[in-house]
Design a binder for this molecule. Structure first.
Ligand SMILES: *[C@@H]1O[C@H](CO)[C@@H](O)[C@H](O)[C@H]1NC(C)=O
Ligand SMILES: *[C@@H]1O[C@H](CO)[C@@H](O)[C@H](O)[C@H]1NC(C)=O
Length: 581
């Protein structure tokens, strides 16, 4: 998972890592909390309406075509065979023991190979642990430490599937080591959990994929559709050294739109619904991202004869205005949050009829849409699923108590809502700067370099720049017309119901990530990008307890087996699926 901010240039943000948990909840639990637990406040204010389900918005994908007893039984063995289970935990534990921490702003691999050399140990570990994978698959090392494994399919006409994970982990902060129950790199295998940095983010996925391929090889599987595994090595520092290069490599080799699907880390596990059913929320969209650097340069002078407002005072007015006039909520049909809510409305019979009806109407009815927005906005956990977020994270200015500050700057971080875009968000910020510039009679040069107000103004001038902009991710298809989505969803349902043995209904739904994974480099390879790690976590609390990016990171042991058992089935299922036109 990405950290809260994924900007490689901003190393100073890393200490906020621990806040990541909030994001994790927002991704998965946010809507769940809102949707499933605390709706009463809004019911009373809803106008009466009958429930009209109409055309299903949240179809239950059919079990996949490879629904064979042999495969299902074999898959079940991964969850029950004691010998297999013990060696599987051991493999994950060993992987955690190899530290692969990455920091923001690391230099290019070719300039400073020594900084990245730790990945050599990890490669060595993989090669030693999965010899058959190395023997049978083509192994390409991209930008030295990126790993691409290719299992060539017999049918070259079928698009390959790309399964991704990352080798790196977020750093363990030295002053937190005392708070770890077990050494973060001990890979401790406890009664219910395996512990350590990266155990759930996401060496579990990486090792699980390797184990799956190992098992498929052992069982004599010969794919028709090529299977490509790609493991970047700096996802936690924005992926510029790993996934970015892997993306170039794959695009050069296969071309654009050349993959059947990309399946990456993302949300994980199941959310338990009000009427007993479970939701597997697959992240099908990601918010956009940028930092705005806003500088204000003013004439210096002695503090004994100050102007009415120093640059610090003027900048403060701007910050106040930015925080007062924030972003409007927006919930369009394309926001996966809408898709999730529709799934709730359609399938959760414990929700009051009025509320279900309002959600279903929210796609086309303005009043209903506002009602839903109002509700989502009432909780900190869900409000940013439907609006652009803003956080003024850095301020610098002033040098001496008897000298007027000549230069003040802020960096404000934006996560761009689905339904909006970077340009619109930049315009919003720019209009606030414009107002303050006018009020205090200073110049303003905007992000495009245009002098909105003359910067030769003797009072000084604002200057805005946009750093590391990223648009919201293209939305992955989630309708019943998408064969790839239906096959993924069908495989998940089949897995949870037939292999894990969950009796209640399992509903596969779209969802949103408020951060970005390595998939931001893979947009051109396919429109079918799904971010989800199989596993079993049915409460919001347990997600917080996983300690991702924080102390005591851990993984429920059974969740690791789920990765293997699921992919074992999924890869065989899509081997029999045709490509989409
Ligand atoms: C195959 O799918 C059907 C539903 O279509 C299900 O009832 C059955 O249990 C599945 N069989 C296996 C072996 O998973
Ligand atoms: C505005 O800021 C950018 C980025 O710091 C800088 O490159 C540019 O020269 C500045 N423009 C002016 C007029 O100060």
């Amino acid at each position: 998972m990405p950290r809260l901010t994924d900007d490689p240039e901003e190393g100073q943000f890393s200490r906020f890592n621990s806040r990541y948990n909030l994001k994790k909840i927002a991704i998965i639990g946010g809507v769940a909390v809102v949707g499933l637990l605390g709706l009463t406040a809004v019911y009373t204010t809803l106008k009466g309406d009958d429930l009209q389900l109409g055309e299903p918005k949240c179809p239950l994908p059919a079990y996949f075509s490879a629904n064979s007893t042999a495969i299902t039984d074999r898959s079940k063995q991964f969850l029950s065979d004691k010998e297999f289970i013990a060696q599987s935990y051991e493999k994950l534990s060993q992987a955690v023991k190899v530290p692969t921490e990455v920091y923001d702003g690391q230099p290019e691999v070719k300039d400073h190979p020594e900084v990245w050399a730790k990945f050599g140990k990890f490669h060595h570990y993989l090669e030693k642990t999965f010899p058959t994978v190395y023997e049978h698959l083509q192994v390409d090392k991209v930008n030295t430490w990126g790993l691409v494994f290719t299992w060539k399919g017999k049918n070259a006409d079928l698009k390959p599937v790309l399964l991704t994970a990352h080798q790196d982990v977020v750093p363990v902060q030295a002053d937190t080591i005392k708070d770890w129950k077990y050494d973060p790199f001990s890979g401790h295998i406890g009664k219910d959990f395996i512990y350590g940095r990266g155990v759930s983010d996401c060496k579990n996925l990486l090792v699980g994929l390797m184990e799956t391929v190992e098992q498929l090889l052992a069982d004599g599987f010969k794919p028709q559709r090529s299977i490509v595994l790609a493991f970047g090595f700096d996802e936690e520092a924005s992926g510029g050294h790993g996934a970015r290069h892997i993306s170039h490599f794959l695009t050069k080799k296969y071309g654009k739109d050349s993959f059947y699907a990309v399946i990456d880390e993302g949300s994980s596990g199941l959310i338990k619904g009000g009427s007993g059913q479970y939701y597997a929320q697959v992240a099908t969209g990601e918010k956009g991202f940028f930092n705005a650097e806003i500088q204000l340069t003013t004439p210096g002078g002695h503090s004994s004869v100050p102007p009415d407002h120093t640059s610090i005072g003027i900048m403060s007015s701007l910050v106040k205005l930015l925080e007062t006039e924030t972003f409007e909520p927006i919930l369009t049909d394309e926001n996966p949050t809408m898709g999730f809510l529709q799934c709730l409305a359609e399938h959760d019979t414990s929700l009051p009829t009025k509320w279900r009806s309002t959600i279903l109407k929210a796609v086309h009815n303005k009043a209903a849409n506002l009602k839903v927005l109002e509700y989502l906005s009432s909780s900190k956990l869900s409000k940013f699923l439907v609006r652009t977020s803003q956080a003024v994270d850095i301020i610098k200015g002033g040098a001496k108590s008897n000298a007027l500050p000549e230069h003040v700057s802020i960096i404000s971080n934006y996560r761009v809502a689905i339904g909006s875009n970077v340009a619109e968000t930049v315009d919003h910020v720019s209009s606030k700067i414009q107002r303050v510039a006018q009020e205090y009679n200073v110049g303003y040069v905007d992000a495009s370099g245009k002098q909105v107000y003359d910067i030769s103004n003797s009072n000084g001038y604002f200057n805005m720049s946009v750093l590391t902009p990223l648009e919201p991710a293209p939305l992955s298809p989630t309708t019943k017309d998408s064969k790839v989505w239906m096959a993924f969803g069908g495989a998940l349902r089949h897995f949870y119901k037939n292999v894990v043995g969950i009796k209640e209904e399992v509903i596969v739904t779209p969802g949103i990530m408020t951060g970005n994974t390595d998939t931001k480099y893979y947009w051109d390879l396919t429109r079918n990008i799904y971010r989800f790690i199989p596993g079993y976590t049915d409460t919001v609390t347990s997600l917080i307890e996983l300690g991702i990016h924080s102390v005591n990171e851990k993984l429920p042991k059974v969740s690791h087996l789920h990765v293997i058992a699921f992919y074992y089935e999924y890869l065989q299922a899509i081997d029999k699926e045709a490509d989409e036109e």
